[in-house]
Write a protein that binds this ligand. Structure first.
Ligand SMILES: Cc1cc2nc3c(=O)[nH]c(=O)nc-3n(C[C@H](O)[C@H](O)[C@H](O)COP(=O)(O)OP(=O)(O)OC[C@H]3O[C@@H](n4cnc5c(N)ncnc54)[C@H](O)[C@@H]3O)c2cc1C
Length: 425
């Protein structure tokens, strides 16, 4: 069914991954009326950590403890990278605004403002990142101080091995131990899922039971690491109750996707943006978009058939890459799925990937995406902005290779900031 009256707004945000959510927040905070649509996107697969810039240049695999110095170098060397369209002050302001919003929704992040931090992963490797969920922060400190530490894994949980973590780190962290437990009430299951355990821990009596299983295993350990399951919401309450009952600090270790910290982010944005007036149509897509007159777009949205029509002065295209659905790889070409905008890509499919998956140069397909101007407007075939008020943000942008540079969330947040700023100006 189609609404008789089109919904009128200032800005239509296509996409509800991290870039779309950040764009909706920045726009609402600046007094714009916003309509947003999209499916889940990559956000629920993400670890919950917010990377700014961890590695540069890719072929040297140089890891940086000072992300702002890394950014400075990247911006100088690589003017095509979307970060180079922004000033450092804007990227800092974007992070401040997002982290303040998340804290208000109950998800506190910690960071060393000018430094990256190391976070222990489920493989026993150390991930360099910038902003860390508060549930993982004790782990950041433990990695530096190396106290006696117990890592717990859970029978039936795939992709998480406390023994592997300990084996990987024991050389430099001798008093690290592992133990395996059954999650209370799930010991009869062959396979257990992080979301189910996180849900169970919303109930205080399940936290009591979990603490009761962990406490006897503690021995001389001064801190305990668990898979990231400490509640889908109310993580402060879950963490502090577990710490009190177990008797030592506790931290989360990110798991393989789908990830509870990613789900928390998604839920926090949805919950927090509603009171800001953002009208979000979840599980819908932009089916068709056209420009009615200069400066006014009509976007038809729905699941399969048109359910609503949105009239907006501008659009932010945050539709992601291949997983999100913003780019589609055909047999020969990569195309942009909504406006059919030109996509920067290698001339031939043969050049999408190097032969070696781990090639230190990275793969050219990861550079594919939309070329933009300094205002984050996608360019047409002539190199001019395709539309005066169409902006793009997030992983759909060309030249970003976020996976290798370790800049996924930072790029999404900063480019959304740049796009909204350009629209407002
Ligand atoms: C496994 C994994 C782990 C990650 N870990 C980290 C990490 O540790 N740190 C970090 O910083 N980053 C991490 N990231 C990256 C981070 O999540 C991404 O950079 C970020 O999600 C990209 O966001 P995006 O909004 O640009 O795209 P996406 O998240 O892909 O979102 C695209 C959105 O566009 C929507 N869309 C597409 N087509 C349409 C349409 N026609 N109409 C309406 N909506 C549409 C989709 O439904 C979706 O909502 C990880 C990502 C993955 C996949």
């Amino acid at each position: 069914m189609t609404d008789v009256e089109p919904i009128k707004c200032d800005l239509c945000v296509i996409g509800s991954g991290l870039a779309g959510m950040a764009a909706a927040l920045f726009a609402a905070n600046r007094g714009l009326s916003v309509v947003q649509m999209g499916h889940t996107g990559e956000i629920i697969f993400a670890s919950g950590m917010l990377d700014l810039l961890g590695v540069y240049p890719v072929n040297e695999k140089r890891s940086w403890s000072e992300p702002w110095a890394a950014l400075d170098t990247l911006m100088r060397d690589n003017p095509e990278h979307p970060y180079a369209r922004l000033k450092e002050a804007d990227i800092r302001a974007a992070f401040d605004e997002i982290l303040t919003f998340l804290a208000e929704t109950g998800i506190t992040y910690h960071r060393n403002i000018d430094h990256n931090s190391g976070v222990l992963t489920s493989l026993g490797t150390i991930k360099t990142t910038y902003a860390v969920p508060h549930t993982m922060w004790n782990g950041v400190k433990a990695l530096k101080e190396k106290p006696a530490c117990l890592i717990i894994d859970i029978r039936g949980l795939k992709g998480f091995s406390a023994r592997q973590i300990v084996a990987a780190l024991n050389a430099g962290w001798s008093n690290l131990r592992s133990a395996r437990i059954s999650f209370p009430g799930m010991d009869h299951l062959n396979e257990v899922y992080t979301e189910h355990m996180a849900n169970a821990l919303l109930l205080p009596h399940n936290r009591e039971k979990l603490a009761g299983v962990v406490r006897p295993l503690l021995k001389d350990s001064k801190i305990v690491g668990l898979p990231a399951i400490l509640g889908l919401y109310r993580t402060h309450e879950v963490l502090s109750q577990l710490e009190e009952r177990i008797g030592v600090p506790v931290f989360e270790i990110p798991t393989i996707p789908p990830s509870v910290p990613g789900l928390r982010l998604k839920e926090a944005f949805e919950r927090g943006l509603r009171p800001q007036g953002v009208r979000y149509f979840s599980l819908t897509r932009a089916l068709n978009v056209r420009q009615k007159v200069e400066g006014q777009f009509e976007t038809q949205i729905g699941r399969d058939a048109v359910e609503h029509i949105v009239h907006s002065r501008g659009i932010i295209l945050a539709s992601g890459r291949f997983i999100g659905g913003g780019l589609q790889a055909g047999r020969k070409h990569i195309r942009e799925t909504i406006f059919d905008l030109p996509v920067y890509q290698p001339d031939s499919r043969r050049d999408w990937h190097h032969r070696d998956f781990l090639d230190s140069r990275g793969h050219l397909i990861n550079q594919a995406g939309l070329e933009i101007d300094d205002a984050f407007r996608p360019l047409d075939d002539t190199g001019r902005p395709a539309f005066e008020t169409l902006f793009a943000a997030g992983s759909i942008l060309a030249h970003n290779d976020w996976k290798r540079l370790k800049c996924g969330a930072g790029l999404a947040i900063a480019s959304a900031f740049g796009a909204v700023k350009s629209f407002v100006d």
